[in-house]
Design a protein around this ligand. Structure first.
Ligand SMILES: *Cc1c(COP(=O)(O)O)cnc(C)c1O
Length: 430
């Protein structure tokens, strides 16, 4: 594969954009090499500016469940765009998209749209704090909830559960209200409640199917334990389903678990590739939001009609294909089982998992249940695998700690082709 144009584009980008990218993971830092610059998408494929074609298992990090350039979504966007790009005034398409979401998610009576997942989570946390009158929040190591200040937190030193900032520029005064617990470990959450006092904790926020430390689903008993703790202490439970919403199932994780959260955040698929986020929940909580209530939240481009139209076309299409998630899950399962068989053939330990259209694989000889387990994976081997796959025309997420995505236009032949290519790459890196 020739990458000359991407190499030149990357150099030019680095002159005027920090690191040459507008979101850091795109820079391929953890796998090395130069990121392909994309010319266009075509169904399940990405085509870069050197003309290389890749089967795309990133799908813009999740939003494109129907692949690139879906005809119905494209038509909805073009039709809406012709009427004007933004009004800063209410439109009926916002109500239509909200109604679809309310109908599908038992936990959501009302929903508000924003422009990104980060904004959705930031707003949901503010609402939880405003509703409960409490400052502290609990989050889990390895879960990502966007880049707002309170959530850019890493474990503090020693046994302390209070977080410290994971980025310069985030005041410790803010992150001291963020308590860190271990995923799938109820005792660590109980310790947070004991350390800080349950009556100080506004919410627990969790990815019920974690996708940002690789794919690590929460155990049912663990989620039940969180629900019980929240009920006991008047704490709100927030499911961050920005990734898993409309990806794990039509109802996201809530189609899989019996645990109901108080608030839910959404993004990615609900914008069909346009910038959208949303947060919703029980009516009594959502009514505390301005203009009905005192908790302030706003956005010039929130509920943008073009983005809403893309989301609405996506959700309607999803609802009309009841067997879709089963088919996507079958394809995802075939893919990772093919990876696993290939890896094991060459003595490479690989852990794999699937939830709906989401798949994950760790170069790890032990099952991965939390962030520490994930960190024990062989990231060098992942990097070598990633490079080999890219050169053979398979575009995988460029970090061991990301999730892969199947889209509806991926057929069995593409899955078989990917498995065959993986076999060759495992052979090279064994
Ligand atoms: C992607 C993601 C976010 C952040 O969404 P952005 O649109 O990138 O701001 C938040 N939470 C989860 C679980 C995500 O996967």
């Amino acid at each position: 594969m020739i990458h000359d144009k991407s190499i030149a584009a990357y150099e030019a980008a680095k002159e005027v954009i920090p690191g040459g990218v507008d979101s850091p993971v795109r820079a391929f830092k953890s796998v090395g090499g130069v990121p392909p610059f994309i010319e266009r998408g075509e169904g399940a494929y990405l085509i870069d500016i050197d003309g290389n074609r890749y089967i795309d298992y990133v799908q813009s990090w999740g939003p494109l469940i129907f692949g690139h350039c879906d005809a119905q979504i494209e038509a909805a966007v073009l039709e809406s765009a012709k009427k004007g790009l933004s009004f800063g005034a209410p439109t009926t398409v916002e109500t239509e998209l909200a109604s679809e979401i309310v109908e599908l998610f038992d936990a959501i009576d009302k929903v508000r749209f924003v422009s990104s997942g980060t904004e959705a989570v930031m707003s949901a946390i503010r609402l939880a704090r405003g509703f409960t009158g409490r400052d502290n929040i609990v989050k889990f190591e390895g879960c990502y909830h966007g880049h707002s200040d309170s959530l850019l937190v890493q474990a503090g030193s020693g046994a302390v559960t209070f977080g410290t900032p994971s980025s310069p520029g985030v005041p410790a005064d803010l992150t001291k209200h963020t308590l860190l617990a271990k995923y799938n470990d109820l005792a660590s959450v109980e310790k947070c409640f004991a350390d800080a006092g349950g009556e100080t904790i506004a919410c627990i926020i969790i990815e019920p199917i974690a996708g940002n430390m690789g794919l690590v689903p929460a155990e049912e008993r663990f989620l039940e334990g969180l629900r019980a703790l929240c009920d006991q202490h008047g704490t709100l439970l927030i499911f961050d389903e920005v990734m898993s919403g409309f990806r794990a199932s039509l109802k996201g994780a809530q189609g899989i678990t019996s645990v109901t959260p108080d608030l839910v955040t959404l993004g990615k698929v609900i914008g069909g590739g346009m910038p959208v986020g949303a947060f919703g929940g029980r009516e009594e909580i959502m009514n505390r939001l301005s203009p009905d209530g005192p908790v302030y939240q706003a956005g010039t481009l929130s509920g943008n009609p073009v983005a809403m139209s893309a989301g609405l076309a996506s959700l309607r299409k999803l609802k009309n294909q009841p067997s879709l998630y089963r088919e996507l899950e079958q394809k995802a399962t075939r893919l990772v089982e093919g990876f696993k068989a290939g890896a094991e053939h060459f003595g490479i330990p690989l852990q794999v998992d699937v939830r709906g259209s989401m798949f994950g694989f760790f170069f790890n000889d032990k099952e991965v249940k939390n962030f520490d387990d994930a960190l024990a994976s062989d990231t060098e081997r992942f990097a070598a695998f990633h490079r080999g796959m890219l050169e053979s025309g398979v575009y995988l997420a460029c970090s061991q700690f990301e999730t892969g995505f199947i889209c509806s236009v991926m057929d069995d032949a593409m899955i078989s082709e990917t498995i065959d290519k993986a076999f060759q790459v495992f052979k090279e890196i064994a």
